[in-house]
Design a protein around this ligand. Structure first.
Ligand code: ADE
Length: 250
């Protein structure tokens, strides 16, 4: 899979990627990530990429020339997404969509107070946001997108389709995990996890994921259509009733 990233801070983006597992996947050829410097297409002697906004107002706007120039020179895989707080909000469903694109997709990091609207209107295919807050630029957002997508690529993280992915795909939060020691400062690992009874463990984990989601993210629970009759039964088996004190409320 190929992902092209257009940025004014190529060293920053490359630095993160090379220090992470994604860099290793890139080196091994599983992922082809290409980072492009928007400044490379600036034509004036000062290699400027921004200018004052027409109509006045504070700040500078990323000019269309260098952006169109850099993208056209690279001929990157489409769709090309502009990163900015006004875009479609990233979630795991969108991450899966992106992971399914072949040969890949591309990301354009916005900067400063804005990007010339002609970039959005005539160059990119869509806009992506990583959440309802404003960053100084799209670089961190691009890295978030790339990491979330890359870890779904077979072989990138070393372990495929973790239980967490399966659980999240189902619209639930992850169940709690424990490792050794079995007793840490008097806090014991739940007995069921040490029972060796895999059916019981599966049901306990399912109950925990359901309880967590009900209590922490009722919006996710509503979005997945609530509880199935089977799930109601699993919760009852584990002694959970909506009003009762839950094992998750410390
Ligand atoms: N650039 C600035 N803020 C952003 C956000 N929330 N998501 C993506 N890119 C951004």
């Amino acid at each position: 899979m190929r992902v092209d990233i257009f940025t004014l801070f190529p060293d920053l983006v490359r630095g993160y990627l090379s220090g992470s597992l994604i860099g290793r996947a890139s080196a091994s050829g599983r992922l082809d990530i290409r980072v492009h410097d928007l400044r490379s297409a600036a034509t004036d002697p000062r290699r400027s990429v921004d200018d004052a906004p027409f109509g006045g107002g504070p700040g500078m706007v990323l000019a269309p020339g260098p952006v169109f120039g850099a993208v056209e020179a690279a001929d990157p895989p489409r769709p090309l997404y502009l990163l900015g707080p006004g875009g479609r909000r990233l979630d795991q469903a969108l991450v899966r969509e992106l992971a399914g694109l072949r040969p890949g997709f591309s990301l354009l990091c916005g900067r400063y107070e804005g990007v010339d609207q002609r970039v959005a209107d005539h160059l990119v295919d869509g806009e992506l946001s990583i959440g309802d807050y404003v960053l100084a630029g799209g670089e961190l957002a691009a890295l978030v997108v790339v990491e979330a997508v890359a870890r779904l690529e077979p072989g990138v993280m070393g372990n495929e389709a973790s239980a967490w992915d399966e659980s999240f795909a189902d619209g639930l939060l992850e169940y709690p995990q424990y490792t050794r020691p079995g007793d840490f400062r008097g806090w014991a690992v739940p007995e069921v996890l040490r029972s060796g009874d895999h059916g019981r463990i599966r049901r306990w984990r399912r109950a925990q994921a359901l309880i967590r989601t009900l209590e922490r993210r009722p919006d996710l629970m509503r979005a997945r259509g609530g509880l199935s009759p089977d799930e109601v039964q699993i919760l009852e088996e584990h002694g959970y009733s909506g009003e009762a004190h839950s094992p998750l409320q410390e």
